[in-house]
Write a new protein. Sequence first.
Lengths: 317, 283
Amino acid sequence: MKYTYTEKKDTRSGFGAGLAELADTNPNVVALCADLIGSLKMEKFIEKAPERFFQVGIAEANMMGMAAGLTINGKIPFAGTFANFATSRVYDQIRQSIAYSGKNVKIAASHAGLTLGEDGATHQVLEDIGMMKMLPGMTVINPCDYNQTKAATLAAAKHEGPVYLRFGRPVVPVFIPEDMPFEIGKGILLQEGTDVTIVATGHLVWESLLAAEALEKEGISCEIINIHTIKPLDEEIILKSVEKTGKIVTAEEHNYLGGLGESVAGMLARRRPTPQEFVAVHDTFGESGTPAELMKKYKIDSDAVIEAVKTIINKTK
Amino acid sequence: MSKNIEELKSLSTQIRRDIVRMVHAVNSGHPGGSLGCVEYFTALYGKVMNYNLPFTMEGKNEDLFFLSNGHISPVFYSTLARFDFFPVAELATFRKLDSRLQGHPTTHEGLPGIRVASGSLGQGLSVALGAAQAKKLDGDKSIVYSLHGDGELQEGQIWEALMYGAAKKVDNIIATIDYNGRQIDGDTDDVLSLGDLHAKLEAFGWLVLEEKNGNDLEAVIAILEKAKSETGNGKPVAILLHTEMGQGIDYMMGSHAWHGKAPNDEQLASALQQLQLDEITDY
């Protein structure tokens, strides 16, 4: 396999590292947090720029409104909390005070999806991508490892307009090269193949690489595209790939309703109808467990990707 | 800007004419609270607030205003137009297709003077606090003003924001509550009583000023100036401004009925009869 790793890190630490770099490089960046500094890895930013940090307490609605107000005079607020509290809890605040108002706020959402693990379904948001992508003008990013999350954080600060930046809690392989360019809205062709296109986001990118390696041994060639930006979707990179393979598997740590798979399906229905399998959580809540146990049970691991690839190949024979 | 009190009183009547004409023209909108807040807006934009034209969203080294109870957009739009933020003639587009004057205010259409969208209640105090913190960070000594309905205080986010403002000593903000005691479904005391609001705001750590004559222009200017003198003392400032919903139109006053209802042709004629001026500059 072209990609390998020497260490595992959490994507939230990638966010923390990116934010800390912004403390030094961009005086306009300010940060807010709702009593989760340690979980969001914001300590270094606070250490470097204490006057630019706002602790709001356990009051996410107020945090989102304040972030909107803080944007005056060129400031770039990053508002951080768990993905569930950064979306469903404050959807109306984001909708009116940030998105509709066109405020340059970055919503930093950690502990997204099932892999937050033992805390269970109250905290495992699987609907956030859907909620955020439906807001006009909102950019939605779900990076796949530490390096990509750091790069996405830096890119979000440069981007003019509201951004939803989704990342996670567990340590996962760091396989994206540190110097790989990150461009919002541009997918990355990780691996070329001929039989089936796999489009993956977030933690499912590594799982897809593992799946492709196993499938290769069975003579199935997978093309893997990392879609880190779900909105705006890089339609061309997907279209180019399915022109060649004629079938597609989407993979994500999200409900299949509202997620990346749905965005891809909608785009292909308009531009090039293509048989598709969805590796995603199928319209259910999560539960307590370890990240690996949950990914297995809810069929969002490499085995699930392998199964989906075989299914789509059989269906299109 | 530099108008004398008599001119500002005449302008208040003109703004009331604008409000009833705007809501009548589209048979929708919120005249009650709008009419009640005319003196607040006239005082703010005519005397108290230090702002620059042309309008910029950056708002550097100027006072800022955030309207939280966005449904009283008619008084906001009329005030902005009468103070030269945009052409008065544009008031005729209120709530119509392709207008910058949406039912509830928004930055989305680029209307000068609007700093955030509002309409879904309870959000404006947080936004104003964020702007106030930004001012402090920039070393900008200007003041941030916000206006809220009293019924709006039933929203939980308001109390998150109140807590924050006091805890973090945001003392460059003056939040005014339009204390008219009425909301859509009836008197605020009946719908969901706010209890002893003065004591509650004080208990939340705010300096609370109260003005019983919120429709007396000179009294409103005085209380706003008093509030201004209290900024910078480590506490956020709130004003409980007692107003009358529907102020100036006899059949609208004394009831919640005109919160969100437009007058018909005869009622408009009656309202305009009650709002006579020497010089009328209807749009």
